[in-house]
Design a protein around this ligand. Structure first.
Ligand code: B4P
Length: 192
């Protein structure tokens, strides 16, 4: 199985690129951001709890996210996919450890972490632009975006160090056209 983590700060293009890569490589796309937004839309207890954190630009607690991801991994066989592309997960070292355990139970593992590199000025610009039409409250003001980037620097960047110990991280320039970045990611996966 080709299991890949698409890694990077908020607004770096993880969701955009994962949608294209899943088609090209027949992968199951697991986006914790999308799963959480679906829970909010359906007004579930989990969604209502997660919303408080998301609106404040904070990460949702690990227990909620890890619990939510459990069953989704099984869909890879049910849907006859070649592997999984994780988008926006794991975002903490505790989530990375939980994912490793979950995959080990299925006799598989992460093959590569593709890390999109984008500077903060560009991230803020992209997220504010998306906020004009996305309806996402976490996209609409600069203070919340700054908080999200700070959460990334303090809690999520250590995840890259966790996987770097096993030599799994490859950095990809995340600035340029969407198709240029797709080509770079596609080549990296083909070279695995
Ligand atoms: P996510 O839904 O994961 O989203 P994101 O970080 O905002 O964006 P992404 O990197 O996917 O950017 P996109 O492609 O959309 O997270 C939202 C929130 O959910 C988090 O803040 C957190 O609260 C919570 N959450 C999610 N997962 C969690 C977890 N595991 N643990 C705890 N909490 C969790 O691109 C952004 C914009 O840029 C788009 O408008 C796009 O069109 C544009 N764009 C993309 N590529 C571009 C390019 N090359 N050039 C110009 N614009 C580009």
């Amino acid at each position: 199985m080709i299991n890949i983590i698409l890694f990077g700060p908020p607004g770096s293009g993880k969701g955009t690129q994962a949608a294209m890569l899943k088609e090209h490589f027949n992968l199951l796309h697991i986006s914790t951001g999308d799963l959480l937004r679906a829970e909010i839309k359906n007004e579930t207890t989990l969604g209502m709890e997660a919303k408080k954190f998301m609106d404040a630009g904070q990460l949702v607690p690990d227990a909620i996210v890890i619990n939510m991801i459990g069953g989704t991994v099984d869909e890879v066989n049910q849907k006859n996919k070649s592997g999984i592309i994780f988008d926006g997960f794991p975002r903490t070292v505790a989530q990375a450890e939980a994912l490793d355990n979950l995959l080990a139970e299925k006799n598989t593992s992460i093959k590569c972490v593709l890390s999109l590199v984008v500077d903060e000025e560009e991230l803020t610009k992209r997220i504010l632009e998306r906020g004009k039409s996305s309806g996402r409250t976490d996209d609409q003001d600069e203070a919340t975006i700054k908080k999200r980037v700070l959460e990334y620097r303090t809690k999520t960047e250590p995840v890259a160090n966790y996987y770097a110990q096993h030599n799994l991280v490859k950095e990809i320039k995340g600035i340029g056209s969407i198709s240029e970045i797709f080509e770079a990611l596609k080549n990296a996966i083909e070279n695995l």
